[in-house]
Each structure stands twice: as structure tokens, then as C-alpha cells.
Design a protein around this ligand. Sequence first.
Ligand code: HAM
Length: 430
Amino acid sequence: MEIQKPRGTRDFLFNEMKERKGVEITMRRIFETYGYGEIKTPVFEELSLFTTKSGEGIKDQIYHFQDKGGRDLALRPELTAPVARMYIKELQKTTKPVKMYYFGSCFRYERPQAGRWRQFWQFGCELIGGKSPGSEAEVISMAAHCLEELGLEDFEIHIGNLGILRNILKDANIQGNLQDQVMGVIDKGDVKELISLLENIDVDDNSRELLLKLIEMKGNSSIVKDVEALINCSEHACNALFELEELLESLEAFGFSNYVVNLGIARGLDYYTGTVFEIYVHGLGAQKQISGGGTYNLIEIFGGENVESTGFAFGFDRVMDALKKQEKFIEAKSSVDVFVTPIKSDLKLKAFDIAQKLRKNGISTDVDLVGKKLKKILSYADTLGINYVVLVGAMDIEEGNVTVKDMLTGEQEKVKIENIVDFLEHKLGN
Ligand code: HAM
């Protein structure tokens, strides 16, 4: 019987792992350049961490189970709530803002399709305790910087502010769960469903018209004035709009102006309070959203201090898909530079000895362990892009030498065994 991998999961082989590693290293470098430090949290958490804010309904979308001790646990569907939990226990006394980044797998019980997995990876950050237009602008600029550094083209960063929509709903007397339900439908982008929901819950005509107009507002910074004219009467919604204006001003100073103001962004997770943003790459079809984030207040909900925070996460797998689609290949270079092989099997111990000497000096080296024919080894080294093959032959050894073959030029050179490390280090530019 062949055992299959679970639905919605993947295996990653060597080349794919190298490409993923290349992207991971770039993201790490950029996040660290902006002063973020890496953290790690458990893959499973208490179920209540995810139901406290979102309600029991979220259980349909996550993997949850009881362990042998009867504890209700869940595989994390995202990392913002775990980071907030960790912050309350470990970091509340630390000088703020606290800038953290993470790379880890998440699990959601979803219908798998291209770009949507049951196990997927997020690369993200949380900036806790620094709500200001500057923090939000820095986080958005860093996301754009990462994608530019990876060579991704045609990505769009859409920025909105939930305070505008939520306050219009509040003025129309739609609050609590009902408000979350409306925001959920706006997030789905299904206008028909929204109209019928608003009819069902008896929203007055003016508020309904205003809401339907607002979620269609998209454009550059100049649309802020149009929105202001639209929401003219609502004081709280106007405050949220000023927040958005301030953010756009800060973004200008961070040198990033290639955004789309989009008031239809509602975000699927319900902990956001103000600024929200999503990044799209259109060639990816339905799963075009490669990143999402915004400002939220989870810490207080979990019993910590009242401290607003901001963050975002790249859907790492979707970033990989986007890069592949645009043929931005991250070089899958061989991780082995040298292959050591005995010409005859009675020299294999000598070959092991030389390979170890190279490895202990930091040269990545493979060695023939099973007595393959030389021809096979050379073709193997060629396919893997290995730079040098060290041939260990009886006559050479008698004279204290080995022969080094340059796989690119085909040239061969005799080298004294005691000089082999220096020789290869020099050749490899180490
Ligand atoms: P999210 O939008 O739910 O936000 O997830 C972030 C990203 O993960 C999405 O934009 C998407 O690219 C990717 N993603 C989500 N579900 C899947 C899936 N099933 N398969 C593949 N990729 C997926 C959050 O999770 C927030 N915690 C982000 C955040 C951090 N907000 C503030 N700080």
C-alpha cells in the first residue's frame, strides 16, 4: 500500500528548497536591515488563542484537536496571535517598539487549490507598541523593499483604513458580530452578497449607498479628497481618513509612492483596527494576494496592556509562485564545490581522509562512498555543477600528490596533498 501525503501539503525537493532558501535569505537580510529580530513560537497553541477574538466559528477553518491530557489545542493558522501571546508573557517590560520577525508554517483547513494550501509558510513581522503613521509606513516600505530586492515586478500594494468602514457601519447601528459579518462579506469582494446582507439587516438607504460607494473607491492619493466629500458628516470616519492621509505623507518620506488607496480592503482576520494593506500580483489568479497586514489591538484582548501594533505577513509560497511565474529564477547553485574520488577502490580510505581535511577547512565536499566508475562520477559532478574533482591515484599518492580536475575548463593539475586546502581555497575564492 502506497501511503499518500495529506491533502493540501507538499514535499519540496532539492532545487525547490534551494530556491526557497534563496528567497528566505533575502527576506531575512531586508527585515534585519530595518532592525527586526527573529523569534519563534510553537506550531501548536491553545485553541482559545484563536477563538477568543474570532469566535467559535473559526474552528471550521483550523486544525484543532484534544491531546491525551484532554487539552484543546490547534495548529496555528497564522502567527500574529501567537506573537501577541508571547509578547504579554515575555516582552511587556521591554522598551517599545519591539520589532520581531518570523518564518514558519501555518495550517488552515481550506479547500486546496493553486496557491492555497493546508500547510503553507508565512514570513512576517510584528511591530508592537509603536502605532504611528511612521511605523505603518516603515512596515509597508519594508514589504515593497523585499519584493524589489527579489526582482518581483508588477506587484500592487493596496492600502485602506478599516476605521472608515467600521465607523460608517457603527453610525448605521451595525455593531459587534453583525459588523464583523458585513466586513467578512466585503473582504470576499462579493457585492451581490453584500447588498442582500445589508437589505436583510435593514440598513438605511443612505448608509447603504455610502458603503457601496466607499468600497469601490480606488486610486492614488488624490481620492482621499473625494472620500472626504463622501463621508463629510461622520466625525469618527473622518478621523480614520486623516490617519490614512498622515500615513500617505509618511510613505512619501520613506520614498514609496507606488500604492493604490483602496477603501474596499476589509481583511479576513477580525483583529485589525485601522490601517490595513494587501499586496497583489495579478498573474496568480484567484490567489493573487501575496501579503496582508495592518494595525491591530490584540494584546489588550489577551489581557495585556493597551498597546497598538502593526505588522504583515508574506504568503511565502505565493511569493515563490509569483517569482516563478515571472521567471525570476533564484540561482539554484550546487552546494558542493569539490568531489573527491579514488581512481581504484583500494584508495578509498585515502579519499575519505582528503575529503574530511577539505570539509574541516570549510570547503563543501562530496566523496565517492560506494565505488562508482570514474566516468559516472565525472558526469555526476558535471550535472550538479561541482567545480573541482580531486582524483586520488596510486602513482600520485606515491609522490605525495593528487590530481585536481577543473570541471569548467577540463584542465588537470597535480597538487601536493599538504597544499590541497590552500590550492582549492584559492581557486574557489574563499
Ligand atoms: P493573512 O492575510 O490571513 O494575514 O495571511 C497572510 C498571507 O498568507 C496571505 O496574504 C496569503 O498570501 C498567505 N496565505 C493565507 N492563506 C493561505 C493558504 N491557505 N495557502 C497559501 N498561502 C496562504 C495573516 O495571517 C496576518 N497574521 C498577517 C499580519 C501580521 N497582520 C498583522 N501582522
